[in-house]
Design a binder for this molecule. Structure first.
Ligand code: OAD
Length: 243
């Protein structure tokens, strides 16, 4: 079991508002590929701009749609892991917790987290590529791209390269990050802005910032504590200290 430093145990026991910020590394132990891990990362096989961008969808909607159908199948087949479950349990135990995720896989909700701020959307929802109207859920026949009543094609309701994040969600995440005393950044390479700014924002506003990641990232030098380990193992150990 990962040893948890005493100052983190103390911070967790005294925390007034805990903010948890997650990236693809939190879902890695559920078998969902991350983006930038060279050997397994999604980007290792594809150029991201081709598949996760409006231009890519406009140029070849079926390929982009099929790639997201494949990713969604992996998400549906995956189970929340110990990290997702520990996060949901901390939400139940502590006075105030804000969960902010870059992930689109829906595993935080399936683990019991009630209202994660999904900065990059949710792969299980659709919206119209043309009029942006909400497109509901995926059709049973996932090979066929559904059409909106405006005639436009449906697309996954996720944020693509070159697109802005949902304003209200990002605003709520920034607000929470400016009013927290303990900020956990878990399983993210801290490379993609504006999401990656959040732990630095929290730090500037006086939070104790902890990074949980087997690898160092651009946040590591600014974090108050870096726990180099797998999210499932570290979060289970952290939860066990919070009796
Ligand atoms: P990345 O793939 O960039 O980074 C995953 C991070 O998780 C890396 O730093 C790994 O070291 C770490 N990691 C791997 N396994 C882990 C484990 N078991 N426990 C903890 N950490 C682990 O994924 P993100 O940082 O989430 O954006 O990427 C951010 C955004 O870039 C994504 O949301 C996506 C992508 O473009 C959009 O789709 C808009």
């Amino acid at each position: 079991m990962t040893p948890i430093p005493d100052d983190l145990i103390r911070h967790l026991q005294q925390v007034r508002h805990l903010v948890i910020f997650t990236g693809a590394g939190v879902s890695a132990e559920s078998g969902i590929p991350t983006f930038r891990d060279a050997q397994t990362g999604l980007w290792a096989k594809y150029r991201p701009e081709q598949l996760a961008s409006p231009e890519g969808f406009h140029a070849d909607p079926q390929t982009v749609w099929d790639w997201y159908a494949w990713r969604r199948e992996k998400c549906l087949a995956a189970e929340p892991n110990a990290a997702h479950l520990a996060i949901a349990e901390l939400e139940r135990r502590l006075p105030r917790v804000t969960l902010i995720t870059q992930n689109v896989d829906g595993l935080h909700q399936r683990a019991g987290s009630s209202a994660p701020l999904e900065l990059h959307g949710n792969i299980h929802h659709l919206k119209c590529f043309a009029c942006r109207r909400d497109g509901g859920d995926w059709p049973d026949d996932v090979r066929t791209i559904p059409r909106c009543r405006c005639g436009g094609r449906m697309r996954p309701a996720v944020v693509w390269f070159g697109e802005s994040l949902p304003e209200t969600v990002l605003g709520a995440a920034a607000e929470a990050s400016q009013h927290t005393d303990l900020f956990l950044s878990i399983g993210t390479s801290s490379l993609v802005y504006p999401a990656a700014e959040l732990p630095f924002l929290a730090k500037r506003h006086g939070a104790f910032v902890v990074e949980i990641n087997p690898q160092p990232t651009p946040l590591s030098a600014r974090a108050d504590l870096c726990l180099q380990g797998a999210a499932g193992e570290v979060m289970a150990a952290l939860l066990a200290t919070n009796t």
